[in-house]
Design a protein around this ligand. Sequence first.
Ligand code: GLU
Length: 447
Amino acid sequence: MLHERLSSIYENVLRRNPGEIEFHQAVREVLESIGPVLGKHPEYAESKIIERICEPERQIIFRVPWEDDRGEVHINRGFRVEFNSALGPYKGGLRFHPSVYLGIVKFLGFEQIFKNSLTGLPIGGGKGGSDFDPKGRSEREIMRFCQSFMTELYRHIGEYTDVPAGDIGVGGREVGYLFGQYKRITNRYESGVITGKGLTYGGAQVRTEATGYGCAFFVDEMLKARGTSFEGKRVVVSGSGNVAVYTIEKIRQLGGVVVACSDSSGYVVDEKGIDLDLLKQVKQVERQRMNVYAERRGSQAVFVSGRSIWEVPCEVAMPSATQNEITGRDAGLLVGNGCVAVGEGANMPTNPEGIRVFQEAGVAFGPGKAANAGGVATSALEMQQNASRDSWTFEFSENRLQQIMRDIHARCLNTADEYGMPGDYVAGANIDGFKRVADAMLSLGLI
Ligand code: GLU
């Protein structure tokens, strides 16, 4: 339910951004949480802070022409939404996926404002990407696409302005090509212009692992707060990309058993626990589909297509694929099978009905803004190392990440308590993330 004033702000967002349903969903979730804050802080309403937060500072849409290996010309659309720079340079990844359009980029950019704020680090919120489909494209095609994309994007970004990174479809390989083209066009070795770089050219230890490790650390904290742990727990992790792989790795180190993971073709159940080396070989080295994992693993693994991975019984669920992958029905299945905790590795993977089902059942629910903030937090650490021309060890960086995740967890719980909603991580994350940005915007004047 929305507070009266918030409801009219939401109506306005719907009217001003027609058809952008994912953006509407992301805005609504935040507005549903911050009603109690407005009562305590009339100054936010007086300065129209919420209306300003819902309107991006700048939205850039551009043409990306490129040539495939057969000489055919393709035209894609590129986006960068620079949403909010009250806390620092715009910061957020780039997504290359055919589903990308302005509404997806705006939902991701909006989420990023609050996520980045929650990390406590000096980063604003932004996001970008393209409707380019990397599936089945050769190395050279990927390189040419990245070069064309950066040939337009470079004029809008910079270490003090806007710092992209990866997201779905953009990993170390793409970041390398993007940075290479930026460097070539500008004739500047400006390491801090992009994060997620390779270790040979200014990248940071633990950045690759950070989103997954961070999400596992966050869920570990939620379990500890309830007097339990990952030890011996059955876990299902959806997806098999960068977030999923490193979530699985850390859960295993923390004593949990990941029995299933997936890609867009289906899911695999592997009762003895996913074989991480095989998964990395199949998905990261060979870029193959999930059925290949099952074939190589032999009789103990089963590949299932055309069904929901959430029907696999588990005690902890870590949705790490994409938005709206857990519906109300999926959440009902998970609760019925005894799931006690959910940590969102992806951005907005649980739809509003799913969140309601989890919360009503008393499941510890860690929203993406908090649970997957370790990725962008470690990006901020990469920026810090680039600015000081330093590089930290793996161990030191992982300890920093773990401490950041503990702090985010504590902040969510304390804020939820303060506003009379104990254990509600959604409210805690939204309120705490919002307040830091709102206070900075008040201090900076009418920007
Ligand atoms: N795409 C990641 C996210 O959703 C990381 C962004 C970054 O490191 O800038 O938070």
